[in-house]
Ligand binder design. Structure first.
Ligand code: FES
Length: 161
């Protein structure tokens, strides 16, 4: 029995046939797995190896090379906040501090079930919307400190700080 849903199996298969070599399909395959599960587990890597012919060592190398791929469980909402120059000059540091305060308060209540995680990223490639953050795949521009509470509250109830 597969560790992947039927629709995910079909997606993986279609990626593998779309590219000249199976190895070339690794990035979209990992994206599809993460879209459905949030991260890539050891049993999934084994199935990619045995059923789909993707070398397990190469899969693990790709996962560890790119920050975007995760080999451990992740929170429901992964925040990536740009810390590069333009965003920094337009208030990223203050906004990141506010986000951290909320995460700390939520984690104090909920522990590992807290809804948010935060990573600081180099450039998110949308400097004209600085400061910029991603919440999973949704990009939020002009994410200044005065908007942080309103932005996060769209995803999960926030404790009073
Ligand atoms: S500097 Fe922040 S998106 Fe480019």
């Amino acid at each position: 029995m597969s560790v992947f849903s039927e629709s995910l199996q079909a997606k993986i298969q279609s990626f593998l046939t779309r590219y000249e070599t199976k190895r070339s399909a690794i990035l979209p395959v990992l994206h599809a797995i993460q879209d459905e599960h949030g991260w890539v587990s050891e049993p999934q890597i084994e199935e990619l190896h045995h059923t789909y012919g993707l070398d397990r060592v190469h899969v693990k190398e790709v996962i560890s090379f790119y920050d975007i791929y995760k080999d451990h469980p992740v929170r429901k909402y992964q925040i990536r906040y740009c810390k590069n120059l333009t965003c920094h000059m337009l208030g990223a540091r203050e906004a990141i501090c506010r986000i951290k305060e909320h995460i700390t308060a939520l984690d104090a209540q909920l522990g590992e079930d807290g809804p948010f995680s935060l990573e600081e990223f180099p450039c998110l490639g949308k400097c004209d919307g600085a400061p910029v953050m991603l919440v999973n795949k949704e990009r939020v521009e002009h994410a200044t400190v005065d908007r942080v509470d309103e932005i996060l509250a769209k995803y999960a109830p926030l404790p009073k700080l």
